[in-house]
Design a protein around this ligand. Structure first.
Ligand SMILES: Cc1cc2nc3c(=O)[nH]c(=O)nc-3n(C[C@H](O)[C@H](O)[C@H](O)COP(=O)(O)O)c2cc1C
Length: 189
């Protein structure tokens, strides 16, 4: 059911790193992004796929994890993503990128869920360093990085009161809690 996929499509940040994801799986996921809605149907995205441990290690270096978890620097070796999709905007097709990348990214993440995988959208990327490391030409804007793997953490949804705190947290068992606003608080008319 779509609702189950959406409910369990949480941001996962700890993975079974030794669960390999192959090129074919990543290609299938990008095929879902390829079919996403696109303003003016410009389809301005290009993708770099990473499933090789050395390339994964290179990309990991330039990502920032879970800004609200102040004392957690990100997943340790052994719990890191086993694949990445780097989403690029092709400036020869479009000059600025707004909604489309979110839709394409969500298709990839839902497709990953369906395959028993999970991921996290990473917007906090050291873009120029990543550009250099992956030798990405200037023509492409680095938009987001999707980290993918087999989730090794439990994530649960919590009710966010109107005056509550949006920050996610981890409890003493390592369970990750994500507050979400109630339906009645967001439908205003
Ligand atoms: C555009 C965007 C950028 C994000 N960037 C990061 C990031 O740099 N690092 C990170 O750990 N999580 C990042 N996230 C994940 C959010 O923190 C996450 O979606 C939020 O905490 C809600 O959790 P949920 O995805 O499980 O609903 C990003 C999410 C979006 C949509």
């Amino acid at each position: 059911m779509l609702k189950d996929l959406v409910r369990t499509n949480r941001s996962y940040r700890r993975f079974y790193q030794d669960h390999a994801i192959d090129e074919r799986t990543l290609t299938e996921l990008v095929d879902l992004a390829r079919l996403a809605a696109s303003g003016h149907n410009l389809q301005p995205f290009k993708y770099i796929l990473s499933w090789q441990p050395e390339r994964n290690a290179l990309i990991f270096r330039y990502l920032t994890w879970a800004a609200y978890l102040k004392d957690w620097p990100g997943p340790p070796e052994g719990e890191r993503p086993s694949a990445y999709v780097v989403m690029l905007g092709d400036t020869e097709i479009r000059k600025s990128f707004t909604f489309d990348q979110g839709i394409a990214a969500e298709n990839i993440l839902l497709g990953a869920r369906e395959k028993g995988l999970g991921g996290c959208i990473i917007g906090a990327v050291e873009r120029e360093k990543l550009r250099e490391a992956l030798e990405i030409p200037d023509r492409f804007e680095i938009l987001i990085v999707l980290a993918l793997g087999k989730p090794k953490e439990k994530v649960v949804l919590e009710v966010l009161e109107p005056d509550g705190d949006v920050k996610y947290w981890r409890d003493s068992e390592g369970v990750h809690h994500v507050p979400k606003r109630r339906l009645e608080d967001i439908i205003i008319g």
